[in-house]
Design a protein around this ligand. Structure first.
Ligand SMILES: [Fe+2]
Length: 309
């Protein structure tokens, strides 16, 4: 077989990786991390992203995130190997980073969390777009999310999200009328997506940073610009977490968040996900406010497929 090294550019760069394209074309969602494919340019992007964040993490990040970073022994200069990350993480909370080739339909995503696996993007953004990219990359997933998964209360919270998805699918399965099943399920999924967004991705917690707050949301922890904006900008509304509000609050992904919610602690966050599960069960999320996020067909289908017939 002829070598492809001259005609296929090597590398695991977001949206430009032949390895990922081939895996997607073959329908492989869960993949290995072909570490040897990372180029020096890929490692350099990791190093640039990491080094400029350290000072911001010191100033804004929740202490549990800082502890997690230290626990994982990430190399600031090289893209991490998932197996190394898992060696340090799994003994603490059972969580493992699991390489994926791209978007994971939402039920499958939550079900992975229930099984303490975190679907992890292995590509890294192009060095020309350090600040903004719409899709996740390994910096967002490993440097933004995974340090939090070393904390037991946080890890248990993710597992509870998985239970919530299962409860939502089971409940949908019990609704006989197909239109009503889809209408209610769409509403519940919207509520779950909003809750996840305003906590796991963009959550703030009481703490010792500016304004008596700290950042634990991964979207903020992996964003050089937005992490400081989230705590310092007078344009951001920071309000105590209220479940009724969160599940009805639309969000947009293409600009800095103007509204953020503050939890007291990780135990508080865990308790609120517990309430979310109860609300699914009681039908209290069947009519949440319309608006963003839109629920994609593939995501809806993933829940319907999981619903008992
Ligand atoms: Fe994320």
């Amino acid at each position: 077989m002829a070598s492809t090294s001259t005609d296929i550019p090597a590398g695991l760069t977001t949206t430009k990786s032949p390895f990922i394209e081939q895996a997607q074309a073959a329908g492989q969602l869960y993949i290995a991390q072909p570490y040897e494919l990372y180029t020096e340019a890929n490692h350099e992007v990791w190093a640039r992203l990491y080094s400029r964040m350290t000072e911001r993490w010191d100033r804004y990040a929740n202490p549990k995130f800082q502890e997690g970073l230290a626990t994982l022994h990430l190399d600031p200069t090289r893209v991490p190997r998932l197996e190394d990350v898992n060696k340090f993480m799994a003994p603490l909370t059972g969580f493992r980073a699991k390489a994926v080739s791209g978007y994971v339909p939402s039920y499958k995503f939550f079900d992975c969390l229930r099984n303490r696996a975190f679907p992890t993007t292995i590509t890294i953004r192009d060095g020309a777009v350090l600040d903004y990219l719409p899709e996740p990359d390994i910096f967002h997933d490993i440097a933004g999310h995974v340090p939090m998964h070393t904390d037991r209360a946080f890890a248990d919270t993710l597992v509870l999200f998985g239970d919530c998805a299962r409860t939502a699918a089971e409940r949908a399965g019990s609704i006989a009328d197909p239109h009503e099943r889809i209408r209610r399920l769409t509403s519940v999924m919207k509520a779950m997506a909003r809750f996840f967004w305003f906590t796991i991705e963009f959550g703030l917690m009481k703490g010792s940073g500016p304004g008596g707050l700290s950042v634990y949301g991964s979207g903020l922890l992996s964003s050089y610009g937005e992490i400081s904006h989230s705590l310092e900008s007078p344009e951001v509304q920071r309000v105590p977490f209220q479940l009724e509000w969160v599940v009805n609050q639309y969000f947009e992904i293409d600009h800095y968040q103007p509204l953020l919610f503050v939890v007291d602690s990780f135990d508080h966050l865990f308790a609120e996900v517990g309430r979310l599960v109860e609300w699914v069960r009681e039908g209290r999320l069947d009519n949440v406010s319309p608006g963003e996020p839109a629920i994609a067909e593939a995501d809806l289908q993933s829940f319907l497929d999981a619903a008992p017939a």
